[in-house]
Design a protein around this ligand. Structure first.
Ligand SMILES: Cc1cc2nc3c(=O)[nH]c(=O)nc-3n(C[C@H](O)[C@H](O)[C@H](O)COP(=O)(O)OP(=O)(O)OC[C@H]3O[C@@H](n4cnc5c(N)ncnc54)[C@H](O)[C@@H]3O)c2cc1C
Ligand code: SF4
Length: 512
């Protein structure tokens, strides 16, 4: 069994962007910090960039299965490593909009207001962008929220094919701009701008994921211990139920407990819920965080996501890094309809083998023909919180994700409209694929933060309302999914929570 002390000041569960940012921000407080990660380091190896290894053999995906609403088992596309899902992310690090923090009327319902405003949140986005090393050009996004200055690094630029598309879109009256992206692509950077980034891990360590940007620097301080291949099974409270006193872990088939003063669950929106539900006891019969509102696990969201191939049979698309362009002209009420429709961004370049991994019947030569001629897009629209979309545990302990997508009309209309636009600029053949429940990449909302303990699981600092020393800092806290990639906002909230802990909790503890 790996060496772990028996007692820590702060115990962080999970080394994704939420947990990584917490460790990073708390590392120099003098507190003894333990990070516990159920996975290990992802090896940097040739297979990182292999379509066969990543998409066909699913070498890096968890083997775990969850169940859907009907009880059918599925294998989620989720990753358990130091760095969590960010090892495979597309590195789009985008701020949510001012309007996302307010009540926002959608065609299918209302996205609720957040308990904090964008203005309050903005300084934490500044820090988050620096931590993640975001590249972009401030002032080019037509609906950009106010910001204090430029992005940490200049935009990575478009390759000629993408620049040409951007120009055609501008002629159509749209305002495309550089997608903010967190890869090490600037003078002296390690990124070689390859075609296997979005959905792959980086064998050069040049993707700015949580391992590289957050956990690594935290460990370098020497004040954070990281224990690997160790799953946290339960949080144990004192008899009053008001404080967590220890965690129960399994490591190498053995169980043990580790004591601590402060506990942070950063296991991801689905696994943090599962952990809090598994920790039910006499004082918390429905799971920790569920006494006051019965909201834990509810309001699960994951976005309405569609991948689109726009094909010009007469022209090869030789682009390598395609995820450089973004379009927000339809994000809020717009010329097509008086409701938000979503965001359109470049998708990592598709390859024939990526398609045949799911479409087993499809002839490989045909898929290669399509993908060598396709422009590939990721079309993402907001799904709305619904208490019946819910993560629960079955009696055998397996995770159940009961999810029925909503707000589909706006998403469908955006896909249709984008297809028409593509045809009008020279891509006559359109193929789309809507993502299903297995694509849990943008999971969020299961422990939303709020001002009212009757309707939220966490207070505005992400502390569980009725447990004094338990925080949830990962995608769980989002009260709405918005139409954007979530990782930058998870990091910003972690920075915010860490600031609160340093100011109000750890200082008080040191002074006592
Ligand atoms: C292919 C792909 C592309 C993506 N592209 C983008 C993008 O371009 N931009 C963007 O913003 N987002 C993107 N995302 C989403 C983004 O990666 C996630 O939103 C983000 O990483 C979630 O961070 P998290 O900290 O909430 O959770 P996670 O990343 O899930 O981290 C949780 C960690 O906790 C560990 N863990 C879980 N349970 C336990 C337990 N019981 N005990 C101990 N450890 C545990 C896990 O192993 C994991 O390391 C993408 C995701 C994928 C998969
Ligand atoms: S594009 Fe850069 S960061 Fe992404 S996988 Fe390739 S080398 Fe790594």
């Amino acid at each position: 069994m790996q060496e772990i002390d028996r007692q820590y000041d702060v115990v962080i569960i999970g080394a994704g962007v939420g947990g990584g940012a917490m460790a990073n921000r708390l590392a120099d407080t003098g507190a003894r910090i333990l990070m516990i990660e159920r996975g290990n380091y992802l090896p940097r190896e040739a297979d990182n960039w292999s379509v066969k290894a990543v998409f066909h053999d699913k070498k890096y995906t968890t083997r775990e299965t969850w169940r859907d609403r009907s009880g059918k088992e599925f294998n989620p596309s989720t990753y358990y490593y130091v760095g969590g899902n960010s090892k495979f992310f597309g590195a789009a690090t985008v701020r949510f909009r001012t309007q996302d923090f307010e009540e926002l009327q959608h065609e299918d319902g209302v996205a609720p207001a957040w308990p904090v405003s964008y203005a309050e949140f903005a300084p934490y986005y500044d820090v988050a962008e620096r931590l993640m090393g975001t590249h972009g050009t401030a002032g080019t996004d037509p609906i950009e929220p106010p910001r204090s200055g430029p992005m940490p690094y200049p935009a990575i630029g478009h390759e000629p094919e993408i620049e040409a598309v951007a120009e055609k879109l501008r002629k159509k009256g749209l305002r495309p701009f550089p997608l903010p992206i967190a890869i090490d692509r600037h003078d002296g950077g390690a990124c070689v701008r390859c075609a296997t980034c979005d959905g792959f891990a980086c064998k050069l360590g040049a993707k700015n994921d949580s391992e590289v940007r957050l956990v690594g620097p935290a460990l370098k301080t020497g004040r954070v211990d990281l224990v690997l291949d160790t799953k946290v099974e339960r949080l144990l409270t004192d008899p009053s139920g008001k404080r967590v006193v220890a965690i129960e872990v399994t490591q190498g088939g053995q169980r043990r407990t580790i004591d601590g003063d402060l506990f942070i669950s950063s296991a991801g929106a689905i696994n943090s819920t599962a952990l809090l539900l598994r920790s039910a006891n006499d004082k918390h019969k429905r799971g920790l965080g569920n006494n006051m509102s019965d909201q834990l696990g509810r309001n699960y969201m994951a976005h309405n996501n569609t991948a689109m191939m726009a094909i010009n049979p007469l022209r090869r698309n030789t682009v390598k890094f395609q995820k450089s362009l973004c379009i927000n002209d339809f994000y809020l009420a717009n010329s097509v309809k008086p409701y938000p429709m979503g965001n359109v961004q470049g998708l990592g370049k598709l390859q024939g083998g990526m398609l045949t991994a799911n479409l087993k019947w499809a002839p490989r030569f045909l898929m290669d023909w399509f993908t060598t001629r396709s422009l590939d897009w990721w079309i993402m629209s907001e799904d709305l919180p619904d208490p019946n979309n819910r993560v629960t545990l079955d009696t055998d302990g397996k995770i159940r994700v009961s999810y029925t997508p909503n707000n589909l009309k706006s998403h469908g209309d955006l896909v249709t409209h984008w297809g028409k636009l593509m045809r009008s600029i020279g891509y006559p053949l359109i193929i789309t694929q809507k993502m299903d429940i297995t694509v849990a990449m943008h999971q969020c909302g299961t422990a939303r933060f709020g001002k009212d303990p009757a309707t939220s699981v966490l207070d505005t600092n992400c502390r569980v309302w009725d447990v004094d020393n338990l925080y949830v800092v990962d995608a769980s806290f989002l009260p709405s999914s918005t139409g954007f990639n979530p990782s930058l906002t998870i990091v910003a909230q972690a920075v915010r929570t860490a600031e609160h802990l340093v100011r109000d909790v750890l200082k008080a503890k040191t002074a006592a």
